[in-house]
Design a protein around this ligand. Structure first.
Ligand code: SF4
Length: 257
C-alpha cells in the first residue's frame, strides 16, 4: 500500500547544528567569492523526474559522470521503464550498467530501492516521487533516507538536481575537502554528517538555485584549484580565509596573477 504523503517510516532528520556567527559570515564570504570565480548562477545539468534522478544518483557513486550517464542511458534504452528494471534478472541489469564502478553491487541495490518505493508509493511511474516536492526539505530527505542504501548525498541530489529543484545541499568529496581546508568543518567530520553542518551555515531563506550554486561553486573549486594533491593556493580567491592554504604558503604569500 502506498505510504501516506508526509509520513515517513523513520526519521533521521536531526536538530540543526548550532553555527557561530563568525562561521556563518565566513561561509557567506566564501560563497560570494567562489560564485564570482565560477560564474553563478550555475546551470543545472539534469532535468529528470525525482525517481530517475534517484537511480542516476545511485549509479554515480565513485564513478565518472560520463560513465554513469552512459550506464543510465543504457538502462533506459534496454528496459524502457523502472518497473522493467525492478523485475529484470539482476544479471541483465548489471550488464546494462557495466560502465559504472561496482555494477555487481549497484544492480541489486537499485532493484531493492525500486521494490521499496513500489511498496511505499504503490507505483513506479515518472510521478512516483513528485509528492516530495510538497514536503519541507528535512521531511523529504528523511523519507528518502529511510530507504536502505540512500544516504544524505543521494537524498540531497534527488531533491536538488531533479526537476523538483528544492533547496537541499549535496556534499561530494571535492566540496567536503574544500570545506575542511577552509575550516568550515573539522577534518574529523565525514562527508555524511557534513551535510547537516554545512547546510546549517547557509541562510534558511536561500532559494534552490542559490543552494545549488553553493554546492557547485565549492565542488568546482575542489576540481579546478583546491586539488587533493598540491592545491593551487597561490591563485586561490579565498586564501586569506583558509588556514590550510596559509600554513602551506605562509601568511605573506602573494596571490598569483
Ligand atoms: S587556499 Fe589552498 S587549500 Fe585553501 S581553499 Fe584555496 S586552494 Fe584550497
Amino acid at each position: 500500500m502506498a505510504e501516506t504523503e508526509g509520513r515517513v517510516r523513520r526519521t533521521r532528520a536531526a536538530r540543526a547544528p548550532v553555527v557561530s556567527e563568525a562561521t556563518r559570515e565566513k561561509a557567506l564570504v566564501v560563497h560570494a567569492r567562489l560564485c564570482a570565480e565560477y560564474g553563478c548562477p550555475i546551470a543545472y545539468f539534469h532535468d529528470l523526474d525525482p525517481l530517475s534522478e534517484l537511480v542516476s544518483s545511485l549509479l554515480s557513486h565513485r564513478t565518472r559522470n560520463a560513465d554513469s550517464g552512459r550506464a543510465f542511458r543504457q538502462l533506459r534504452k534496454r528496459f524502457g521503464d523502472w518497473v522493467a528494471v525492478r523485475d529484470a534478472p539482476t544479471a541483465d541489469v548489471e550488464d546494462a550498467i557495466a560502465p559504472v564502478t561496482w555494477p555487481e553491487q549497484k544492480a541489486p541495490r537499485i532493484q531493492a530501492v525500486l521494490r521499496d518505493i513500489t511498496e511505499r508509493r504503490g507505483t513506479l511511474d515518472a510521478h512516483a516521487l513528485d509528492f516530495l516536492g510538497e514536503l519541507p526539505v528535512p521531511e523529504a530527505r528523511a523519507w528518502l533516507e529511510a530507504i536502505p542504501g540512500v544516504g544524505p548525498k543521494t537524498s540531497a541530489a534527488v531533491l536538488s538536481f531533479s526537476r523538483l529543484r528544492m533547496p537541499a545541499l549535496p556534499v561530494d568529496s571535492h566540496h567536503h575537502r574544500v570545506a575542511v581546508r577552509l575550516g568550515l568543518i573539522p577534518a574529523s567530520v565525514d562527508v555524511g554528517p557534513a551535510h547537516a553542518i554545512l547546510a546549517a551555515q547557509l541562510p534558511p531563506e536561500w532559494d534552490a538555485q542559490t543552494v545549488y550554486d553553493n554546492h557547485e561553486a565549492l565542488m568546482l573549486h575542489g576540481q579546478q584549484c583546491c586539488f587533493w594533491q598540491n592545491p593551487a593556493c597561490g591563485r586561490c580567491p579565498v586564501l586569506d580565509l583558509c588556514p590550510y592554504g596559509q600554513a602551506r604558503l605562509g601568511d605573506a604569500a602573494p596571490r598569483e596573477g
